[in-house]
Design a binder for this molecule. Structure first.
Ligand code: SF4
Ligand code: SF4
Length: 168
């Protein structure tokens, strides 16, 4: 099996063969690519609001959620990233699950949001939710709507991928 595009360091190969099903970016099916492009744009548009929240609460966190296990791409991340030929974060093969994520730097995550696993954007711990509750209602509603759209795009991408994988 051809390994997925590799980043710096020793990374795991894509164990699911998603790259084999999708092939490289130019031949990725149009609908999947369209959904992936909208997903990437949404990640980019969400970044400023979410960064404002994380900057307010994460520096004082005693139980940081950026552990190795959370920084590895899941199947739906691989579908999205392969459709756009984005280098996927597969994780370092020998790093323990609960060690600090190797993408975590002194100022937070080193990856652009569109290149992080989906869970890194989707997960809101209690302090983050509380900080979100202090946003202006209109701004909070807009954020919720974009997160909901992100979720529905993921579901749709996996449906499209599932149809390709089974050849239907
Ligand atoms: S998102 Fe929540 S759990 Fe994760 S580091 Fe920030 S405050 Fe801690
Ligand atoms: S946000 Fe970045 S540093 Fe944190 S778990 Fe995700 S990939 Fe790792």
């Amino acid at each position: 099996m051809r390994p997925l595009r590799k980043g710096p360091g020793r990374v795991e190969a894509d164990p699911r063969g998603i790259d084999r099903v999708l092939g490289s970016s130019p031949s990725s099916p149009g609908l999947l690519r369209q959904l992936a492009e909208e997903t990437r744009a949404l990640f980019e548009s969400l970044d400023r609001d979410i960064e404002a929240l994380t900057q307010a609460v994460c520096p004082s966190c005693q139980d940081v959620c950026c552990i190795s296990r959370h920084g590895r791409a899941a199947a739906d991340d691989l579908v999205y990233m392969n459709a756009l030929a984005i280098q996927a974060p597969l994780g370092e093969s020998k790093r323990p699950d609960h060690a600090a994520c190797h993408h975590l730097g002194p100022s937070g995550c080193r990856l652009p949001r569109y290149q992080r696993p989906y869970r890194c954007t989707w997960y809101f711990c209690s302090p983050l939710l509380e900080a979100m509750g202090e946003m202006k209602p209109r701004q909070a509603r807009a954020l919720e709507a974009r997160l909901a759209r992100l979720s529905s795009l993921r579901t749709r991408m996996m449906e499209v991928y599932g149809a390709l994988d089974t050849g239907s």
